[in-house]
Design a protein around this ligand. Sequence first.
Ligand code: SAM
Length: 255
Amino acid sequence: MGADRSGAGAEGGVRPLTDGARPLKPPPDRLYGRQRSHPLRPRQQTLLDVTLPRLRFAEAQAAEPRAAFAVPARELWLEIGFGGGEHALAQAAANPDVGLIACEVFENGICSLLSRVVPEGGEATAPVPGNLRIWDDDARPLLRALPDGCLDRLFLLFPDPWPKARHAKRRFVHPAVLPEVFRVLRPGAQWRIASDDPTYQAWVAEVLARQNFFHVPPPATARPDGWPPTRYEAKALAAGRAPLYWAVTRNVSAP
Ligand SMILES: C[S@@+](CC[C@H](N)C(=O)[O-])C[C@H]1O[C@@H](n2cnc3c(N)ncnc32)[C@H](O)[C@@H]1O
């Protein structure tokens, strides 16, 4: 869909950034951050073993993602890094005709979402939302596997901020990632980004100011309507931090 996806040129419509004094490094194709913490309790293990396969979005489904849902999907939305799943579950419940792929790598977070979907004892049998699917892996290979223009909305809520300049390459909002996000969103689709970290906020503003894939209105300082809260946001507000909320729109083409 017009975006240059090749190697160094993959930054397409983005003007160069640095991570301080040095030129910005491309994002490494490996995950940073925790994927598990304390050992899983038996219920959590059952949720992963029994309930997750009932909801898992498989890579083989990426070519025709809407066919992965048990209900017809008017639109396809993706949430990257759903944490405990509060926002994903609220969106799936409020929008039963939208197919939502929710993506998370942290096992305890995945268990947290699954524990709200099925009661204890119902791991194998309790109904699961037909419009929700889980990608329990790095979001970036999923993005690469999805077809051009398939997504109607993308959520990136309170991504890991990686505030040290030398870790800037780990940030999800990255000049090299924008062409891929542009490719998978349909023209006019919305990408919602929230952050409470001042370094990341300044970074998002700078990255978005240097590109022409997305139309970027100023961020809101209060959570907009239709944007359910998350656990991480609640912690940020309780600690006195001031989140910013971007809702950017995918341009028709990137010059
Ligand atoms: C700071 S937490 C925020 C969680 C949630 N969005 C919230 O607001 O409560 C960021 C989450 O992104 C997840 N994450 C980081 N990199 C990821 C990746 N490449 N693919 C999928 N999830 C990722 C982490 O595991 C973590 O749970």
